[in-house]
Design a protein around this ligand. Structure first.
Ligand code: NAP
Ligand code: GCO
Length: 266
């Protein structure tokens, strides 16, 4: 093995929902290793801001509107990328939402929307890129799973169901397409400071830290929230030739929280 095994020179990477947050961090990391970046979002204003932010990071990215739950939009997006760049070597299924509602109070349309974006979206996007990966003889798919691929908690039933399903979709893509030199793995971030978790970190009226913020920090051996930067190295590894014999694996990047039962209360 040598450093070039981690190079992404000449590769085209599609990171879904990457105008900001974890997707933006991962896309920037892949670009630093030489990949050309394409991304999508549902909102032109966010794409425009994302393009400006990528440029500020020295990343030349291409972005267009595409809702990952709309198979026709995804097919058209992939056709445009392939027409423009010739192929898609790496797909990072990052786009995702969460709705924190007690299950029995959750409207079925809310449950369906979370599953549609977090699980059906990665199915649609993977289905769209795999034929091209088979044709070119290689491909990398990285599904952004979650601790909730393994654990539940109050109010996140739809999200946990979707992310648990995404773990098994990862393993099934590995099983069905590993023979074509396609590696499909997951990254399971712990608690990461992004807009998605901002409500869990909000300062209280008296200026104290959110109880959930304090809970997570106490449950994480690293003693802190993660940042999108913490996911960059793992993403480069799973996107590169250095991981060609890693398949169907969920790499948890969580500061150790999944391994830790927690400190005895005083
Ligand atoms: P975020 O800040 O809310 O960003 C989510 C991104 O997905 C946004 O760009 C959003 O675009 C996009 N998106 C949502 N629905 C979409 C759709 N239908 N089509 C296209 N794009 C769509 O979330 P994040 O914290 O970066 O999370 C990114 C991924 O990591 C998600 O899959 C999340 O479940 C997962 N994750 C997050 C954490 C964490 O602690 N933050 C931990 C584990 C896993 P819009 O602006 O248009 O909504
Ligand atoms: C929540 C959080 C988590 C994180 C992440 C943890 O409400 O519990 O949003 O779900 O987003 O998925 O891995």
């Amino acid at each position: 093995m040598n450093a070039k095994d981690f190079s992404l020179e000449g590769k085209v990477a599609w990171v879904t929902g990457a105008s900001y947050g974890i997707g933006f961090g991962i896309a920037t990391a892949l670009a630093k290793m030489g990949a050309k970046i394409v991304f999508n979002d549902r909102d032109q204003a966010k794409i425009d801001k994302g393009l400006a932010d990528y440029k500020a990071e020295g990343v030349e990215a291409w972005g267009e509107i595409c809702d990952v739950t709309d198979e026709e939009q995804v097919k058209a997006y992939v056709e445009k990328v392939i027409a423009h760049y010739g192929n898609i070597d790496i797909l990072v299924n990052n786009a995702g939402i969460i709705k924190r509602i007690p299950m029995v109070e959750m409207d079925v349309k809310d449950f369906r929307q979370v599953v549609d974006i977090d699980l059906v979206g990665p199915f649609i996007c993977s289905k769209a890129v795999i034929p091209g990966m088979i044709k070119q003889g290689h491909g990398k798919i990285i599904n952004i799973c979650s601790m909730m691929s393994e654990l539940g908690r109050e109010t996140v039933s739809a999200y946990a169901a979707a992310k648990g399903g995404l773990k098994m979709l990862t393993r099934n893509i590995c099983s069905e397409y590993g023979q074509y030199n396609i590696q499909c793995n997951g990254i399971g971030p712990g608690y990461i400071a992004t807009p998605q978790t901002a409500p869990l970190r909000e300062r209280q009226a008296d200026g104290s830290r959110h109880p959930f913020d304090q809970f997570i920090v106490s449950k994480t051996p690293a003693g802190r929230w993660g940042t999108p930067e913490d996911l960059e190295g793992p993403a480069v590894f799973l996107a590169s030739d250095a991981s060609n014999f890693v398949n169907g694996h969920i790499l948890y990047v969580d500061g150790g929280i999944l391994a830790y039962i927690g400190k005895q209360p005083n």
